[in-house]
Design a protein around this ligand. Structure first.
Ligand code: FES
Length: 222
């Protein structure tokens, strides 16, 4: 009876439901030390963790940036024009001696240009217009862009010596590309011509000047 009273008194001092009390008692009996709240390790979020995250983030964005720069450099290198040839750049068209003064214009397809050696003595209506030397006329019609052919038998105003005659809307031009008829807003455009010391002729197809009545005066004496 006294034992029961002792147990009852103990139960009154140690309230039921206190799990930590039972756990502490078991640990004391097994000989393990009870850790105090001060023994708990600090959370792993100190300065070293922050710097590790920053390093990983920096490595990721740095690598991505370098990859993008490399891709952009490759694209620029691929697209950068080198040794541009053909239309839009310099086009060699043979020697000045290949073009006879007063002869019919010659089409240089790569340059998209008619090469003509104007003879100032050719004083007919559709002739040189007083021009002397080499002239490069852009084949593209100034009206709507059709390719203008040289028609050696076409007769205009009684002059049957040959004219540039557009097949699309019949604009008509002299041998020097001067417009005399049709809806074209101006004469045929001209391109810059260069002749080196050996007589080699180059047409700068990227240097185009709008055509005008002064086309004959743009001829390069050779
Ligand atoms: S395109 Fe040549 S006259 Fe119209």
């Amino acid at each position: 009876m006294s034992l029961e009273r002792g147990a009852l008194a103990h139960n009154t001092a140690e309230p039921l439901g206190s799990a930590s009390t039972w756990t502490d008692a078991l640990r004391q009996r097994s000989g393990h030390p009870i850790p105090s709240p001060d023994d708990v390790a600090p959370p792993a979020s100190g300065p070293s963790e922050v710097s590790r995250r920053a390093f990983i983030r920096l490595s990721f964005w740095g690598g991505l940036g370098i990859s993008l720069l490399g891709a952009a450099g490759t694209a620029v290198d691929f697209l950068y024009p080198r040794n541009v040839r053909g239309f839009g750049g310099p086009v060699p068209v043979g020697f000045a001696a290949d073009y006879v003064a007063g002869a019919a214009p010659v089409l240089m397809r790569e340059a998209q240009a008619w090469l003509v050696n104007l003879d100032p003595s050719e004083d007919r209506l559709g002739g040189a217009g007083g021009g002397a030397g080499l002239l490069a006329l852009w084949q593209k019609c100034p009206h709507l862009g059709c390719a203008v052919p040289w028609n050696p038998t076409f007769s205009y105003e009684g002059d049957g010596g040959g004219w540039f005659r557009c097949p699309c809307h019949r604009s008509t031009y002299t041998k020097a590309g001067v417009r005399v008829y049709g809806p074209a807003p101006r004469s045929m455009d001209t391109m810059l011509i260069e002749v080196d010391a050996a007589g080699r002729v180059t047409v700068q197809t990227g240097a185009i000047t709008s055509g005008g009545p002064d086309n004959p005066s743009r001829a390069l004496p050779v």
